[in-house]
Design a protein around this ligand. Structure first.
Ligand code: ATP
Ligand code: LTN
Length: 345
């Protein structure tokens, strides 16, 4: 191995020795500051330390109804946003999930190893069945198994996600262990990477609820494509409480959430923020939070718009990514098929 490394280009050699991270997001709407805080921010941080693969999970997106032209556009939008937020396509592998058919193929094998009861317990399934009661399809039910396939196909060591994905990661770990135990060691059992701060950014309108890209109330969510004016107005109208001081406490989720957003966009600690606003009121605080988010989002939005204006380059980046992803995926699937007992093709 050491000898081989000497004749390989540096990046390829590093890929052979580094641990792997993998993550993805659904192209169901514009990305939010919540997704940045919970996941994307850590992808950017970790990409240099790990061999990093990031996909746009379009197969997952169709578990709720999608308009085809919109889905196609949003898939490229999300890929561009990954780059705009700091993913370097020369360092990380970026690709579209449906371009690697091995995801669906491995998902089938894992489907046959997952209990009906295990899927029934998934809280995201329960929530989505309630919000999409007119379309509770089987794909929504087996969604976490496809996610497990995404992760296990690349033997990811670490999966950077927000708090709401913890249960899916637990299922992924169980499936990896089950397969390894039933056949022979095959999959890496992945660890979730859920940040201490920012793993669950709350809605600006209902601070007891997660900020979601599909919230019906636009004022509840800050999108990374929002204009400066939209951001200022959303923060100004954010629901707080009847208190007056700026303190980080779970008892005041609205203020705590704004403090977290201020921390994410400025790097200041909670103690520094409390100090900065001691003696000042909510109006001054919200104004500062609004400006900090504007200053953070503006360059991301502008870079995104430039990337999106050149679709050919974006598609070429994704084509380059998929080649590397497929190489890895094929190898894992071949092993899995063999161990399962399928005759070699
Ligand atoms: P939806 O609400 O439409 O189901 P979503 O907003 O949860 O979607 P996903 O594509 O499911 O978006 O999430 C992508 C990643 O961003 C996941 O790792 C998820 O945990 C993280 N994430 C999403 N929303 C938040 C949030 N409010 N705070 C922190 N992390 C979040
Ligand atoms: N279910 C995830 C998206 C997702 C994902 C993955 C995340 C699909 N496949 C693999 C990490 C690794 C969500 O955020 N809703």
């Amino acid at each position: 191995m050491t000898k081989m490394v000497g004749i390989l280009p540096r990046m390829e050699a590093e890929k052979l020795t580094k641990k792997t991270i993998l993550s993805g997001m659904q192209p169901t709407n514009d990305l939010t500051i919540g997704q940045y805080a919970g996941a994307l921010r850590n992808w950017v941080e970790l990409q240099h330390e790990y061999e990093a693969l990031f996909c746009v999970v379009d197969l997952h997106a169709i578990t709720v109804r999608q308009e085809p032209a919109e889905l196609r556009k949003r898939t490229l939008d999300v890929a561009a946003m990954y780059i705009a937020a700091g993913i370097d396509p020369d360092v990380s592998t970026l690709f579209i999930q449906s371009h690697v058919p091995e995801h669906s193929q491995l998902a089938w094998v894992l489907n046959c190893m997952t209990g009906f009861g295990e899927c029934s317990r998934m809280t995201q399934f329960k929530d989505k069945s309630a919000t999409h009661a007119d379309n509770v399809n089987v794909g929504l039910f087996t969604y976490p198994i496809l996610m497990a396939a995404d992760i296990l196909l690349y033997n990811a060591d670490l999966v950077p996600v927000g708090e709401d994905q913890r249960q899916h990661l637990e299922l992924t770990r169980n499936l990896a262990e089950r397969f390894n135990h039933h056949y022979s060691p095959t999959f890496t059992v992945p660890e979730p990477f859920i940040p201490k701060v920012g793993a669950k950014i709350m809605s600006l309108q209902e601070p007891e609820k997660k900020m979601s890209k599909s919230d019906a109330n636009e004022k509840a969510t800050i999108f990374l494509v929002d204009t400066d004016e939209a951001i200022r107005s959303k923060v100004k109208r954010a629901v707080t409480d009847s208190g007056t001081t700026i303190e980080y406490t779970e008892k005041r989720p609205g203020v705590a959430n704004l403090m977290t957003l201020y921390h994410i966009t400025t790097g200041k600690t909670y103690a520094e923020i409390e100090q900065e606003f001691s003696g000042l009121g909510y109006a001054e605080f919200k104004e500062a939070v609004g400006e900090a988010i504007v200053a953070f989002v503006r360059p991301v939005r502008e870079k995104y718009q430039a990337l999106r204006a050149d679709e050919e380059t974006l598609k070429a980046t994704l084509r380059k990514g998929v080649e590397h992803a497929r190489d890895r995926a094929r190898k894992t699937l071949r092993k899995v098929y063999k161990k399962t007992g399928f005759v070699e093709f």
